[in-house]
Design a protein around this ligand. Structure first.
Ligand code: HEC
Ligand code: HEC
Ligand code: HEC
Ligand code: HEC
Length: 184
């Protein structure tokens, strides 16, 4: 009897010890999961898609204060602002941090004559007629539609909705005759 009793006690002891180990194991798992989440996912949240070259508007338009029009040269002259070709990047980067791995990617696109496959982030429904030119000429700021681009690393973009256009057109007294003005 006595022997059996002590055996049970040992078993119980082992069980609680195992439980303790399991608890520590799961706590570790949970904590490392949380760590990975905070470390990798949180900084990327609220950011736009990853781009083929880690280009940052914050560095260029913000810190280095390069004008938007220097890169998006057509914004006040044509329908589309245009994304700068890699030649324009190399205009500076042949001299600035030319050995940076991201700049080496620029050379690769340049040497193989492929246009950089930038991921587009702004959308407007296809049947809507939008031209930058008219807006820029009337001193509508980039930030009114695109937000603080100069403070962003990766642009997130917007799917523009009609109400957004209408609201400002009302305030500014711009064309509200949608079928003539904005839809084609
Ligand atoms: C008018 C000059 C100029 C042009 C044009 C330019 N850059 Fe830069 N770029 C800079 C400067 C200045 C830095 C900061 C270098 C440093 O940190 O010492 C920089 C930094 C970078 C970096 C380093 C990453 C970082 O976050 O610090 C990358 C990548 C880069 N540029 C990519 C591009 C790409 C892609 C283009 C073309 C779309 C481009 N640049 C066009 C001047 C320019
Ligand atoms: C050094 C060149 C450079 C400068 C300066 C620059 N941009 Fe850009 N811009 C780019 C490149 C390259 C892309 C494409 C990659 C991306 O989306 O980050 C881009 C993309 C964009 C887009 C998103 C296009 C889309 O729909 O995919 C907007 C909006 C934009 N820029 C606005 C601005 C504004 C506003 C400024 C000034 C505050 C500015 N940019 C200054 C190079 C530049
Ligand atoms: C009245 C609102 C408005 C203003 C102001 C505005 N944009 Fe845009 N922008 C848009 C819309 C809407 C789109 C998406 C439709 C398109 O691609 O044409 C867009 C798209 C873009 C694109 C991507 C174009 C492409 O070819 O993929 C760039 C780059 C851009 N804007 C730069 C600028 C810059 C730089 C300024 C300031 C000088 C500016 N925008 C001012 C509304 C605006
Ligand atoms: C922040 C203010 C603002 C926003 C947002 C805005 N617009 Fe405008 N828009 C203007 C102003 C101001 C004019 C008048 C330009 C003029 O009188 O030449 C204008 C003119 C236009 C015109 C030319 C109209 C004509 O007289 O023929 C079109 C088309 C247009 N906008 C489309 C759009 C679309 C589409 C959107 C939404 C993606 C939009 N706008 C968003 C301020 C804005």
């Amino acid at each position: 009897m006595k022997g059996r009793f002590s055996l049970l006690a040992v078993k119980r002891k082992l069980k609680t010890k195992n439980l303790g180990l399991f608890f520590i194991f799961f706590a570790c798992l949970l904590l490392s999961g949380l760590f990975l989440f905070l470390f990798y996912l949180l900084p990327g949240m609220g950011m736009g898609p990853e781009q083929p070259i880690a280009f940052s508007h914050r560095v260029h338009a913000g810190v280095k204060n390069i004008q938007c029009e220097f890169c998006h040269s057509y914004v006040s002259r044509s329908e589309h602002p245009g994304i700068p070709p890699v030649e324009k990047c190399l205009y500076c980067h042949n001299h600035i941090i030319s050995n940076h791995p991201e700049i080496k990617k620029e050379h690769q696109y340049f040497n193989t004559k492929t246009s950089t496959p930038w991921v587009k982030v702004n959308y407007i429904p296809e049947h809507v007629f939008f031209i930058h030119q008219r807006h820029i000429k009337k001193q509508v700021e980039c930030t009114q539609c695109h937000g603080e681009v100069a403070a962003m690393d990766r642009l997130k973009g917007t799917r523009f909705k009609m109400q957004f256009c209408i609201d400002c057109h009302k305030i500014k007294g711009a064309n509200l005759d949608c079928w003539l003005g904005c839809h084609n």
